[in-house]
Structures are given as C-alpha cells and as structure tokens.
Design a protein around this ligand. Structure first.
Ligand code: SF4
Ligand code: SF4
Length: 431
C-alpha cells in the first residue's frame, strides 16, 4: 500500500485550551471510575498531552501508560459542557508521540502489526482461514483441554479465549436482495477488514434489510479497511492512506450513501474530512465523502423503516456502542428500530452508554482493565434478565459474547439490524 509522506500531527492549542478543568467528565470515564486517579481521567490526560505538546515533559513510558489506558470511548466528549473534542486530541496526541520517535516499543509494534495486516484482504483471508482450521481441526479443543494455552506469552491465551467461533465462510457481496424499487436509493455497504470473517451474518442481514426498504446495494470491490484501528493507535499516516483509497473507490461508484453497520468504522469515516484537511488533493473529496456516510440504523429510519408485522416475543437489552453514541451522537435510531419490532421488549440496563471494554484492540492490549470494565457491564446486563443483548458494532459483539461466556450467562448477542432482519424473515415465513 502506497503511504504518502506524513503530515505532522499534534493536538491543537485550540482543542486543548477548551478544557476548563470543571471535572464534569470524570464520573463518565470508565478508567477513572475503576482507578479513581486524576491521571487516568479525561482531564488528567488532557493535562498530560498539553505538557507533552508544549515540550514541558517527555513522553516517558510511565506517562504514556496513562494515555494507553484510555479506551478512546469518548464518553467524556458527551459529558463535556465545553465541547472538548477528546477523541481528536487523543488520536493526534498519540500520532505526535509516534512521529517524534518517543513512543514505547509496544506502540510501534502495534502500529506495525496493524499496518501489515488490515489493509491487505488476502493476508486477512489467510489469517482467518488458518484460525478456522485451528478451531475445526480439533487443535483448539486439544490445547484448551491440555491447558497448554495458558503458557502462551503476551496475553495470547486471553486473546484466544475471546476469539468467537468463526463461521464456515466469510462474507461475499451478493446481489440477491429484493429488486430495488424505481425510486430506489443506491448505496454501498462498508464491508470492513475483519467483519466479513467474524460476522458475515451481520452483513448478510444488513443487505436483506436494505433490500426490504427498496434500496439498491452495490458492491464496491476496491474498498479497504476504514483505518480506524490505525488512527486510534496513533498511525494516522496509514489511516490517511486507507482513507484516500476508500474515498476514490466509493466516490467513483456514484452512490447516494455509504452505509456502515460497524459504529467504530462509521465514526472514522465521518471524520475523513478532518483527517485529510491538510491534504490539498483530498480535502474537498474527503469532506464530500464523509457527508455520504451514514450509520445503518439512522439510514433505515431515514428511508421510512418498514415495521415488521410478525412478533418476535423476545426480551432485549441494548448496549450503546461508544463510537455510535459518543462518536456519531446516534442514540435513538437503534432503539426506534428495536421498538418497531412487535413483541420485542426492550429493557434498558444501567448506563447503557458506558463502554463494554472492547475499544478495538484495547481488549487485547489492556486485558486487565478491559475485563474489569466488562465485568461491570455484565452485571448491568444480568440485572435486566434479558437473554438478548443488542448492539451496533462488531467489537462490542465480540466483547459481550466473551462476557456471556466469562459470567456463565445464557443468552446471545445480536446486531440491531440482525434482530430487524429476524422479524422480517419471520414475517416472510408466515406468508
Ligand atoms: S468536562 Fe470538559 S472542560 Fe470539564 S474537565 Fe472534562 S474535558 Fe475539561
Ligand atoms: S475516552 Fe473514555 S476512557 Fe478515555 S478519557 Fe474519555 S471517558 Fe475516559
């Protein structure tokens, strides 16, 4: 993948100076709630980043560990009365530290690993085929039974435990939905890097639900990973290279919208304009592209969202995905879609908009904190006695599935769109 020269990144003084130190964000920050120390709060992290940006302190490992522990969930953004753009500050702060060569080895290694895998569909396919073989050959069962997995270094054993059972095939774009109506909108689905392998069922359900609304879904084969994980890890250079590729691919397709069913990807796509604002060749195109991006829940509501006619009779609790509710400010549409399903009882958990601890690769890199945050979440889930957890992001789906297993809870996790699809399918089955 061609990577053009780096743009120098750093949190802007304007962004940093918006913090008035009021502390309203503290009680919304999962890591502050866990640890109770200022350096692991949004306000403390802004203070640290300001000191590094101003050259008053060095980015030592002790200091960057507080930045590392941030989930980048952006709950602090929602809570902040001064409009501090915390996500942007943290992303550009990490990028600045990486570019200055001051980053710990773990940051450089993480950015390199992401750069070597996510942009390359063939490498990802090979990786997931190997994982599938591992799960289906009996090797996984053998290793788990022998407890040999526990001897793996670097948290690999915990990562292995979180791997969901992979479906037998990955997602392939198919044009077998209902025929579009004459006034159909033409859209493309962002398929993403790992989602076609982990949750092909979500993409398949999304295409069926869009077709049901009379929308034409076209394939954009040239698309690539959205770059979110690289951007969060501070590698904005790789993020920009992926953004340019996606902008060219989707704008050429002549579509009305880029529909996204992964909240984390959606938040990054809507911010391509910002990511490329210093790139003269792409700044305008990036803004135009970002305006086309829409979360699938919002899109279905906007096009009329046909209510299913057959009852599902299930009790569901909804976990807001951070990058949907805090990143894209989408809170109501998923709930509206769930409420449109006859027989579905929506039971709100305590703090549904608090992070589940997934946060992209955070659940692998910061396992202890990720598990502590997840344990709190699963207690809230259990209190609802709902056997179905609905959410809107593959990372959250994986984390919550791991939470069900870890807490010995019976139940399942589904994307909101999958539940809507189930209702439509039930309706078709009765006709
Ligand atoms: S709520 Fe906003 S202004 Fe107040 S301390 Fe937090 S980030 Fe700063
Ligand atoms: S992004 Fe989340 S974890 Fe990070 S400081 Fe804000 S609330 Fe805390």
């Amino acid at each position: 993948m061609a990577v053009t020269p780096a743009i120098n990144d750093a949190p802007s003084q304007d962004d940093l100076s918006r913090c008035v130190h009021c502390g309203f964000c503290l009680q919304e920050c999962p890591t502050y709630l866990q640890l109770g120390i200022e350096t692991d709060s949004p306000r403390g992290r802004i203070h640290l980043l300001r000191a590094i940006t101003d050259g008053n302190v060095e980015a030592t490992p002790a200091l960057t560990s507080h930045l590392d522990l941030c989930l980048q969930c952006r709950a602090c953004e929602t809570a902040c009365p001064s409009g501090v753009p915390f996500g942007r500050i943290m992303e550009s702060g990490r990028a600045m530290i990486l570019q200055q060569g001051a980053a710990p080895r773990s940051w450089r290694l993480r950015a390199w690993l992401l750069r070597q895998t996510l942009p390359y569909p063939k490498r990802l396919r090979l990786l997931f085929n190997l994982l599938r073989l591992y799960q289906r050959s009996g090797l996984q069962r053998l290793l788990r039974a022998s407890r040999l997995l526990r001897m793996l270094p670097g948290g690999l054993s915990e990562a292995e435990e979180k791997l969901p059972h992979l479906p037998s095939t990955s997602y392939e774009m198919k044009s077998d939905g209902l025929p579009p109506s004459a006034s159909a909108k033409k859209v493309a689905l962002l398929t993403g890097c790992v989602m076609p392998h982990l949750y092909p069922r979500t993409h398949e359900a999304t295409v069926r639900v869009l077709a049901r609304q009379g929308v034409e879904v076209v394939d954009v084969a040239e698309q690539r990973c959205c770059g979110a994980l690289s951007v969060h890890a501070g590698d904005r250079t790789t993020g920009r290279a992926l953004a340019r590729r996606n902008i060219d691919a989707f704008l050429q397709a002549g579509i009305d919208a880029v529909v996204v069913n992964s909240a984390g990807c959606g938040a990054t796509l809507t911010e391509y304009g910002e990511l490329l604002e210093q790139d003269d060749a792409y700044a305008d195109k990036a803004r135009r592209f970002s305006e086309l991006v829409t979360d699938v829940n919002e899109f279905v509501i906007d096009v009329g969202g046909q209510a299913p006619q057959v009852a599902l009779d299930i009790r569901v609790t909804y976990q807001d995905s951070c990058h949907l509710v805090h990143g894209q400010k989408v809170r109501n549409s998923p709930r509206q879609l769930l409420a449109s399903i006859p027989g579905l009882e929506l039971v709100e958990m305590e703090t549904p908009d608090r992070c589940c601890g997934s946060a992209g690769i955070y659940s692998l890199a910061q396992q202890e904190m990720s598990m502590n945050v997840l344990d709190d979440k699963m207690r809230d889930v259990a209190a609802t006695e709902a056997p179905v957890i609905a959410t809107a992001n593959p990372g959250c789906m994986m984390q919550l599935e791991a939470g069900l297993r870890r807490h010995g809870l019976k139940g399942r996790v589904a994307h909101v769109i999958e539940l809507l699809d189930e209702a439509y399918q039930a309706e078709e089955d009765t006709n």
